[in-house]
Design a protein around this ligand. Structure first.
Ligand code: PMP
Length: 406
């Protein structure tokens, strides 16, 4: 037994780093550390790369509120009055009024009885799916990793249906309904989907999904991470389509349009009671930082009552129109505008060319997206000026022409 080595050969794994560097698949966090990247909060969404300014056109800070004085003041005030951290799980001593204020506002915005916040969107998805403990889950093939991991941890059968395809979902539902000769009427079935897909820009056909759920007696869980704050009255796609009564679980993040950090689930009183007691990522994790909760509350207030949403959608329309006029075809109908290039080297060259002209839009490549669908994920934000959008379009035109993509 003495010679036995049951450890991990991390040196060997690190040895592949050089190879990954050559192939340019190194974790971007490492690249950032190498290049000395930091965000310049004073300059709108103008992070500084290698000491030169660049315009970022791929952020999830959709309403540009991370730099808003009112949001920053709310975080400062919470730090001064409640403290910078929760100090413990909410079920022990970490619960504060700041959390409850945010949860009330979230429930009001999402049209539900209650809401509950988690320390991240990832924790919200994993905690909710495992707490529900479904018998069968039906999951869109392009769902976010945190939904996929929730399905894996739940350990139940997961039927993956084609992206945003109700016919494929119906086939999966029918297969399961037929399978056990109607013996499965008391099984619990959960359909899970993102509402806005973060690298595809597509929007799930939620009302058709709800119809199918009702036909087969299943529940629906919608991840509104990339939609929260952007639609009617600061809600998501569920609000835009008036589906509050038909979607059982609305989940979202505080880290995108809400300019903060954390996740939430909104739904019935019974759902939230169940999560308070059975979601392990809630009970066994320190409560969301009060600073993050206060910033998200203020951002949600601004998403509801300021003109930030209007400014965002104006920038989206201008940019989409400009890119399409150039000849790029932009799938989806959300604020995320994927410029599909195909070959991953072309995508990298396009991203490098834009970068050289002061526009940051990283290339998204396999395994994050299927082979031959490498793309640039273009996402304008509300605080981009008209000139910023024009600069972005000009850079696309110049580099796209140079590369023969136009
Ligand atoms: N769902 C979706 C659709 C996401 O895009 C993300 C994160 N980008 C998450 C959940 C996880 O949220 P968080 O970053 O707050 O953990």
């Amino acid at each position: 037994m003495e010679d036995c080595d049951r450890g991990f050969d991390l040196e060997d794994r690190l040895g592949t780093l050089e190879e990954r560097k050559q192939k340019r698949t190194l974790s971007p966090v490492d690249r950032v550390a190498e290049r000395g990247y930091f965000a310049d909060s004073a300059g709108g969404d103008l992070p500084v790369l290698d000491s030169e300014e660049a315009l970022v056109f791929s952020s999830n800070n959709y309403l540009g509120l991370t730099d808003d004085q009112r949001v920053q003041d709310a975080a400062r005030q919470a730090a001064a009055t409640v403290g910078t951290g929760s100090g413990a799980s909410r079920v022990v001593t970490g619960d504060t009024m700041v959390h409850h204020d945010l949860e009330r506002l979230l429930a009001e915005t999402k049209g539900t009885e209650r809401a509950l916040t988690f320390s991240s969107g990832y924790a919200a998805n994993v905690g909710t799916i495992t707490a529900l403990d479904p018998d069968v889950i039906f999951s869109d093939e392009f769902n976010h990793a945190s939904l996929i991991d929730g399905c894996r941890l739940a350990g139940c059968e997961t039927a993956v249906y084609d992206h945003c395809d109700p016919a494929s979902l119906r086939t999966e539902l029918e297969d399961r309904a037929d399978r056990a000769d109607d013996d499965n009427d008391d099984e619990s079935w959960l359909i899970v989907t993102d509402s806005v897909f973060s690298v595809d820009g597509t929007v799930a056909p939620l009302s058709t999904i709800c119809e199918l759920a009702e036909e087969f007696g299943a529940w629906v869980m919608v991840d509104e991470a990339h939609a929260t704050g952007l639609y009617v009255d600061g809600g998501g796609v569920v609000q835009a389509e008036g589906l509050e009564e038909r979607v059982h679980i609305q989940m979202g993040t505080l880290s995108k349009a809400l300019a903060s950090q954390g996740g939430y689930v909104a739904g019935s009183n019974a759902l939230i009671e169940c999560l308070l007691n059975d979601a392990r990522s809630f009970a066994f994790s320190t409560g969301l930082a009060p600073t993050a909760a206060a910033a998200a509350s203020e951002a949600l207030h601004l998403a509801r009552y300021s003109d930030a949403r209007e400014q965002l959608w104006e920038n989206v329309a201008h940019l989409r129109d400009g890119l399409e006029t150039m000849g790029f075809s932009i799938p989806g109908e959300s604020q995320i505008l994927p410029v599909i290039v195909g070959d991953q080297r072309d995508a990298l060259t396009l991203a490098d060319g834009l970068r050289a002209r002061g526009i940051v839009v990283p290339a998204i490549r396999p395994p994050a997206v299927p082979e031959e669908t490498s793309r640039l994920r273009v996402a304008p934000i509300a605080t981009h000026s008209r000139e910023d959008v024009v600069s972005c379009l000009e850079a696309f035109r110049t580099v796209g022409t140079e590369l023969g993509l136009l």
